[in-house]
Design a protein around this ligand. Structure first.
Ligand code: NAP
Length: 271
C-alpha cells in the first residue's frame, strides 16, 4: 500500500513542492523521475535521493515542448518499465516572468507564457503519458491547482486564469479517462513556502502587507511547507485514495473555509 513500487513522473521537480514530493515518494519506495528545466538542481536532487537509498533519475523537460514531453514519458517507461503516476507540478506565476503585472502593463507574451506552461503543459503531459498510464493497474494524474483556482487575489490575472483552467481540465480528464481506469485529481495549495511565493511577495507593492494577507487567513497560523503538499500527493497517488476521482482538494491551512483574519480569533501568525 502507499506509494511503494509506484512509478512517478514529476514535472518541475528540481525545487519546491515537486522536489518535496520526489523526496517523500522515493523515501516511501516509489521510483521517481525528477524532471525540470533546472538541470543543476534536478540532478542534485536525484543524487540526494539515490544516496539515501531511493530510486530516481533525472530527465530534462520543458512541459511546453511537445517533443521533450514525449521524450520524458518514453525515458520513464524505459527506466522503470512504465508510468503509474503523473504529477503535473510545473507551474509559474507571472511575477517570475515580468514585473509588469497590471492589466494595462502586462504583455500578451507574459499572459500566454503562463497559460502555456500551467495549462497546455498539463494537457501535453497527460496526452503523452496516456499510453503508459493505460497499461498501469494504479494509474493516476495529479494536477497542481491553487487557491487561486477558486478565489481572487491581487496581481494574479494569468496565474489565476491558468489555475482555474487546470481545475476544470482535471474534472474533464477524470470523465474522459474513467473508462481507462485512470483517476485524475487536482489539489489547491494555499501559501506554501517556495520560490514562487518569494517572487510573488517581492513583486508586491508592500511585501509585508501581502505576506500578512496571505497568512492571516490560515486557520493553521503558518505558511505551508512543501512536505505538507507532498503528503497529500502521495495519498492521492496511493491505492488508499482509490475512490477519490475528479476531486478538487484544498490544502491551504483552512484559508478558504472562512472570510476572516486571525486577529478575529485572537491569534497571530507564527514566524
Ligand atoms: P517553484 O518553487 O517555482 O518550482 C517550480 C519548478 O517548475 C521550478 O523548478 C521551475 O524551473 C519549473 N518550471 C518552470 N517552468 C517550467 C517548464 N516550462 N517546464 C518544466 N518545469 C518548469 O514552484 P512551487 O512553489 O514548488 O510550485 C509548484 C506548483 O505548485 C506550481 O504549479 C504552482 O503553481 C503550484 N502552487 C504553489 C503554491 C505555493 O504557495 N508555493 C501555491 C499554489 C500552487 P525554473 O526554476 O528553471 O523556472
Amino acid at each position: 500500500m502507499g506509494v511503494e513500487g509506484l512509478r512517478f513522473v514529476i514535472t518541475g521537480a528540481a525545487v519546491g513542492i515537486g522536489a518535496g514530493t520526489a523526496r517523500l515518494a522515493a523515501a516511501r519506495g516509489a521510483k521517481v523521475v525528477v524532471s525540470d528545466m533546472n538541470d543543476a538542481d534536478g540532478q542534485a536532487l536525484v543524487e540526494e535521493i539515490c544516496a539515501a537509498g531511493g530510486e530516481a533519475i533525472y530527465q530534462h523537460c520543458d512541459v511546453t515542448d511537445e517533443e521533450q514531453v514525449k521524450a520524458l514519458m518514453a525515458a520513464t517507461a524505459e527506466a522503470f518499465g512504465g508510468i503509474d503516476i503523473l504529477h503535473n507540478n510545473a507551474g509559474v506565476h507571472e511575477s517570475i516572468l515580468s514585473s509588469e503585472l497590471s492589466l494595462e502593463s502586462m504583455s500578451r507574451a507574459t499572459f500566454e507564457r503562463v497559460m502555456n506552461i500551467n495549462v497546455t503543459g498539463v494537457w501535453l503531459c497527460a496526452k503523452y503519458a496516456l499510453p503508459y498510464l493505460r497499461e498501469s493497474a494504479a494509474a493516476s494524474i495529479i494536477n497542481a491547482g491553487s487557491t487561486s483556482s477558486l478565489s481572487g487575489y491581487p496581481q494574479c490575472q494569468a496565474y489565476g486564469a491558468s489555475k482555474g483552467a487546470v481545475m476544470q481540465l482535471s474534472k474533464m480528464l477524470a470523465v474522459d479517462l474513467a473508462p481507462d481506469k485512470i483517476r485524475v485529481n487536482c489539489y489547491c495549495p494555499g501559501s506554501i513556502h517556495t520560490q514562487i511565493v518569494d517572487n510573488y511577495l517581492a513583486a508586491a507593492p508592500d511585501p509585508q502587507a501581502m505576506l500578512n494577507t496571505m497568512t492571516q487567513t490560515h486557520l493553521i497560523p503558518r505558511m505551508g511547507q512543501p512536505v505538507d503538499v507532498a503528503e497529500l500527493v502521495c495519498f492521492l497517488a496511493s491505492p488508499e485514495s482509490a475512490f477519490v476521482n475528479g476531486a478538487v482538494w484544498t490544502i491551504d491551512g483552512g484559508s478558504l473555509a472562512w472570510r476572516g483574519t486571525l486577529d478575529v480569533l485572537g491569534m497571530e501568525v507564527e514566524t
